[in-house]
Ligand binder design. Sequence first.
Ligand code: 5IU
Length: 485
Amino acid sequence: MADLSTCVLSQEELILELFKIQAFKFGNFKLKSGIFSPAYFDLRVIVSYPELLPSVTGYMWKIVEDKNVQFDSLCGVPYTALPLATILSVSHKKPMLIRRKESKDYGTKKIIEGHFKPGDTCLVIEDVVTSGSSILETVEELKKEGLVVTHAVVLLDRGQGGHQRLKDQGISLHHVFTLQQVVEVLHKYNKLETEMVERISLFIQKNRFDAKEISSSNGAGLPPQKQPRKMISYSERARLCSHPVTRKLLTLMEEKRTNLTVSVDLTTAAEIISMVDKVGPYVCMIKTHVDIIEDFSQDFISKLTDLAVKHNFIIFEDRKFADIGHTVMQQYSGGMYRIADWANITNAHSLPGSGVIQGLKQIGLPKGRGCLLIAEMSSSGNLCSGDYTKETVKIAEGNRDFVIGFVCQSAISDDPEFLHITPGVQLSSGQDQMGQNYVTPREVILNHKSDIIIVGRGIIKAEDPVIAAKAYMEAGYSAYMERMS
Ligand code: 5IU
């Protein structure tokens, strides 16, 4: 029988082996907390690789010895850590306790199985730690039975604040690896691209579970990321989002206290520039349709981009790309408009499938641009509903590096990273002669849980566009404040 108490592999070899068996995965994964992560660890698979188990538990034991942790028994957090706890128990002759996930509804109804005395010390064993919640759940059950828990050992600490959170609860957490170390080793052996290493570092930085936030922000003991999009303030979301355009937009929305986008559907450069200069102070975004401008020129673009700096807004070209990847690449980068050179955001129909995003992304990503997918429309009888909308959300989820949200009419995703932007807005609801449907800013932001209202004719055709812009800005932002309260 193999010696279960010694490490067979070096730490680097163990990381490479765990990568080989796909216990470490890299891409885009939804975590238990609801947030998306570029790295995912599924250590459940290690039970299929008995040759690796002695190294895993060997390093866990080494940490316990190095730190001189004393304890009477050990207990694994169900379920992945159970085999690890069993091996440690057998190879080091330490009694083990089992925590049930739910008490049996017959017999003794015990949550903790095994023999122990109140006051015994227990070491908790876990595979991966993110926020520390799973360890704390087990600790709580052990403490209810009178056991004393002051230490936990884990194979991998994701480095996202779990250590501090456990420390605040009187538990010292000891790890074999951190996520950062794993990533560095895999990079060293050419298993991970530099770009992915950077993405993961950024993710760790931005997704730290602050112990104080966890206990105070939502009372439920949940990390703030677990809250749905509609409950999180614009500025808080700016902190959670990784796309630079989303961050900039959400930040300026809170600073300028506006969630208004004006759709400047006018047909000469001079009219548009004059209108943008007037309404600029009240908007977070200006939306254009450059293909309706009679006298389009690069001079128009330089004036528009100057105004974007002067009034601090984002430029959204409502181009609605809807062709195959190769064609949209050319449409986005070239022609007389060269949209990718100046529009922070553009949008696309999901009709052609994800190829449209692949094409746009090739041009837009290096320039730091973002794209909205059209998931729903405001016009009567449109076909963007049901499964079409659901599939659109899926395409967005698979392309978060470029897709930053949706043009939509309802709350279609709870993810804080996805902006919801809604056209078809006027101060009173109704319809135009061609089937455009209007709802009020309050309805859109408060009831449909959208983030941003788009208003065209309600402002640009108003007698005084400045007064109208102020009224829409006030209506939209007060609905947001009401939603937050
Ligand atoms: N727009 C819509 N509905 C949609 C999408 C885009 O109205 O579903 I996608 C655009 C069209 C127009 C602006 O440029 O938003 C709305 O203008 P009015 O507020 O003037 O209707």
